[in-house]
Design a binder for this molecule. Structure first.
Ligand code: AMP
Ligand code: MN
Ligand code: MN
Length: 330
């Protein structure tokens, strides 16, 4: 086994899988398609290989991903401590982003594995598989399943596709490579129904999401130089429209798509009065992960996030100033 903490090989992971029986799979709070998809993909593969698997998320399964076969296996953290040998954290840039209750529930585990594609990941596992060139954790999971000859049941196949599709803006972002399309082609050959799965992922939004879009558009602002566009959501809007956390997922792409805009920012007031900041950069001339890390957040060069202290106007002022320092330099 590699002694380096920085990066292990698929074979190292294969050894751990072979030598252990029970696994708990975790992903980040407010899980997205890649977080849930990666957990389901690896979880169902391990179960098909005869392992005992628990799939836990601090916030449970979001409603918009409930169409995934097998997704009801995702549980909220149980109150009791789970008897488990190995924890595998997926798609989660920092350990605290797994959530307090989830972390507590697996505290008896002796070995920590970490599979992720965030450049900001400090390699908090005993074994780490961090590939920042991968567009989604789901693609790393796919490569590992193939490399180790693990089973790839239908649940895993569909979950991998959704993980990668949602993290690449439907195979559009520059992180999408030939390998990504080859993987998708392989999944289709294995029986994936492209039309149905895309329709379930993208043409199935609740009406309240469009009402949220209307509310956001009323707050849209653009910097004088046209390089930065931002909008915001108050906690009052959340309550009024009875929004779920996943309802805003992907809406930021609307303002990212404005001609001339380099950076798009979404500010969301959370119930605990903290501010969630979501940032997208159109190209590598502005690295939003660096901006996020200035405020304790993280992510990728072109997509990053922060959870920071409010109030809204203060958070906005700080983050927009940090962004404008970078956009004015390019
Ligand atoms: P989002 O804007 O929430 O879609 O997140 C964009 C990317 O940044 C995702 O890959 C997230 O995992 C990552 N990210 C978001 N918020 C945080 C945070 N508070 N700390 C570290 N990474 C984050
Ligand atoms: Mn994610
Ligand atoms: Mn991801």
């Amino acid at each position: 086994m590699s002694d380096s903490k920085s990066n292990a090989t698929f074979a190292d992971f294969g050894e751990v899988i072979r030598d252990h029986q029970s696994f708990a799979l975790l992903s980040h709070v407010r899980p997205d398609g890649d977080a849930i998809g990666s957990v389901l993909a690896l979880g169902f593969s391990l179960m098909a290989a005869g392992k005992t698997v628990r799939m836990i998320n601090e916030d449970g399964l979001p409603e918009n991903l409930a169409f995934l076969e097998g997704s009801s296996r995702i549980e909220m953290p149980p109150a009791e401590l789970i008897e488990v040998e190995v924890v595998i954290a997926l798609d989660t840039a920092t350990k605290p982003r797994l959530g307090d209750a989830a972390l507590r529930s697996v505290s008896k585990a002796g070995l920590w594995l970490n599979i992720d594609h965030h450049i900001s990941n400090p390699a908090y596992g005993d074994l780490n598989l961090i590939d920042a060139t991968s567009p989604a954790t789901g693609q790393i999971v796919y490569e590992m399943i193939i490399a180790l000859g693990l089973p790839l049941p239908a649940e895993s196949r569909d979950a991998i596709y959704v993980a990668v599709s949602t993290d690449t803006g439907s195979f559009q972002y520059p992180s999408t490579t030939a390998k990504t399309y080859e993987m998708a082609a392989d999944l289709i050959r294995r029986g994936l129904d492209v039309g149905t799965i895309n329709s379930s992922t993208y043409d199935n939004h609740p009406y309240r999401r469009v009402e949220l879009m209307r509310a956001l558009l009323n707050t849209l602002e653009r910097s004088a130089d046209g390089l930065v566009a931002h909008w915001e959501m108050t906690d009052a809007t959340r309550r009024e429209l009875e929004l779920l956390p996943e309802d805003s997922e992907g809406l930021i792409d609307i303002i990212r798509a404005i001609r001339g805009v380099k950076v798009a920012v979404f500010f969301e007031e959370l119930p605990d009065s903290k501010i969630r900041v979501s940032m997208r950069s159109k190209d590598h001339s502005v690295n939003v992960c660096e901006v996020a890390m200035q405020f304790g957040g993280g992510g990728h060069a072109l997509a990053a996030g922060i959870r920071m202290a409010g109030p809204m106007d203060e958070a906005k002022g700080k983050v927009l100033a940090a962004i404008s320092e970078r956009t004015s330099a390019v």
